[in-house]
Design a protein around this ligand. Structure first.
Ligand code: UFG
Length: 334
């Protein structure tokens, strides 16, 4: 089985490529390096001891994509390539709509042309907007609060329509909760450029002394300690979910949706305290006002993924904190 992974050098993509190679899939990666580094190619090879094919270009380039499908005998596609910064999407909506929709549309066109019908899509819990009750199930009402989220929801709709129009098409839509952690080797992980927007990358840089202190965005939410609650999931668990999704896509037709989360909610302060304890390091923080657009709490009901995909998260919050820090320490000492 040969799998095309778009955005395969990014945070979730690179961990998924490792899992695919470990499971003996042949892998072709397309990545334009817009938010990833070429070093990741060698790191994946080092981790897995296996080789894969890499093409550097933008998935919106239909001509090049067509060439890859003509040359490689691709059976299925996992599509990660997308812009993903919420704040940036508010400032640059057209850039987000253009890139995040065109990549999927171009991929679908070329897949149909070449008779490739198995598609796994990287969606997000952001499509649930502000859920009225918790935990979140797949059949909850969908809504979005920023252009990034809207691109994910629009992609889901596009893929559903492609499935309706093409009987052979099979799409598995994975709605991720909050991926953190890193590969246990410390060779790949999340390393955003500039000041991080997300909690774990920020904590790591404070622990490391690169940033002075964490700003905790609000302690007046209706949560046990007043800070925001999220369903943090280890990126390796998340990556394994894609293998299960591919197996499902191989035997089904139509569109299916799955939450990939642990089902447990942790507050900002839970995460900070766990990080300090397991890594034996200080993380100074101050409480500031709420961040616009944030919701109080969000965690998954992951039952459907367990029952239908046979997937369940196995790594806990301590491993997530240890592996996130280990990755940064390794990066520094390389
Ligand atoms: N937080 C802080 N300080 C920071 C950063 C975050 O207190 O410096 C808090 C937030 O207020 C929130 C929690 O930490 O309560 C998690 O925030 P993140 O930015 O790490 O993650 P979000 O839940 O806001 O969003 C993430 C991804 C989105 C995705 C969403 C899906 O960034 O792309 O999860 O639920 F859509």
């Amino acid at each position: 089985m040969k799998v095309l992974v778009t955005g395969g050098l990014g945070f979730i993509g690179s961990h998924t490529v490792c899992e695919l190679l470990d499971a003996n899939y042949e892998v072709v990666v397309i990545d334009d390096l817009s938010n990833s580094s070429i070093d990741v190619v060698d790191k994946i090879k080092e981790i897995t001891g296996k080789d894969f094919v890499f093409y550097q270009f933008d998935v919106c380039n239909e001509e090049k994509l067509d060439e890859v499908f003509s040359k490689e005998n691709i059976d299925s596609v996992i599509h990660f390539a997308a812009y993903k910064a919420v704040g940036e999407s508010v400032a640059k909506p057209l850039m987000y709509y253009e890139n995040n929709l065109l990549t999927t549309i171009t991929l679908c066109k070329v897949m149909l042309k070449h008779g490739v019908f198995k598609f796994v899509f990287s969606s997000s819990a952001t499509v649930y907007g502000s859920p009225k009750t918790l935990p979140i199930k797949e059949d909850f009402l969908l809504s979005t609060t920023n252009p990034y989220g809207t691109t994910k929801l629009m992609n889901e709709k596009i893929l559903e329509d492609v499935c309706v129009a093409n009987d052979n098409f099979s799409v598995i839509i994975l709605r991720y909760f909050n991926p953190i952690g890193a590969h246990s080797s410390g060779l790949i992980g999340e390393n955003p450029t500039g000041i991080p927007n997300n909690l774990m990358p920020y904590i790591v840089r404070v622990a490391d002394g690169e940033l002075k202190e964490l700003s905790v965005f609000g302690n007046d939410y209706d949560t046990p300690d007043g800070t925001g609650v999220r369903d943090y999931i280890h990126v390796v668990d998340l990556a394994k979910g894609h293998i299960k999704a591919l197996e499902k896509a191989a035997n089904t037709k139509g569109t299916r949706f799955y939450n990939l989360g642990t089902g447990h909610g942790y507050s900002v302060l839970d995460l900070v305290e766990t990080f300090k304890r397991v890594n034996n390091v200080d993380v100074p923080y101050k409480i500031v006002g709420r961040r616009p657009g944030d919701i109080a709490a969000c965690y998954a009901d992951p039952t459907k993924a367990y029952e239908e995909l046979g997937w369940k998260a196995t790594l806990g919050i301590e491993e997530m904190c240890k592996d996130s820090y280990n990755f940064i320490l390794k990066q520094k000492n390389k």
